[in-house]
Design a protein. Structure first.
Length: 131
């Protein structure tokens, strides 16, 4: 795992016991600035907690772009969740890269993520019972 230069803490880890690994993929759309041009990309969320996400992508994000806040948008269950966030780390895999994002700190955002995760999980359990 490679920590991003300029990150608040070089030993960055989300210090939360509540982290949900998604059973079914969730798209996340994010916008970042690359050479003064806003680029919007869609990739897949790997896990989520009330204060952050990690996502997987095939394309590397330039380190100069990772130092700035990015806009993230995704749907866990029904509501669109929008937040600013900062990439804190990246990890290389044979098939792509995984990035860790610290989302903006907001009680409203954290509550929305938790509520949507509960509804999503309830739906996953119902779907598994039908199989």
């Amino acid at each position: 795992m490679e920590f991003i230069q300029g990150a608040a803490k070089l030993d960055y880890k989300r210090a939360e016991s509540f982290r949900h690994i998604l059973l079914e993929e969730v798209d996340v759309e994010f916008t970042c600035m690359i050479e003064q041009v806003a680029i919007t990309t869609t990739c897949k969320i790997v896990d989520i907690s009330p204060s952050g996400i990690s996502f997987f992508t095939l394309k590397e994000i330039p380190e100069s772009s990772m130092l700035d806040k990015m806009d993230f948008s995704f749907v866990l269950y029904k509501k669109t969740i929008q937040s600013e966030g900062v990439i804190r780390w990246k990890k290389y895999f044979a098939e792509g890269l995984r990035y860790g994002v610290e989302l903006e700190q907001s009680e409203r955002l954290e509550t929305l993520i938790i509520e949507e995760l509960k509804l999503r999980r309830k739906q996953e359990v119902l779907n598994n019972k039908k199989k």
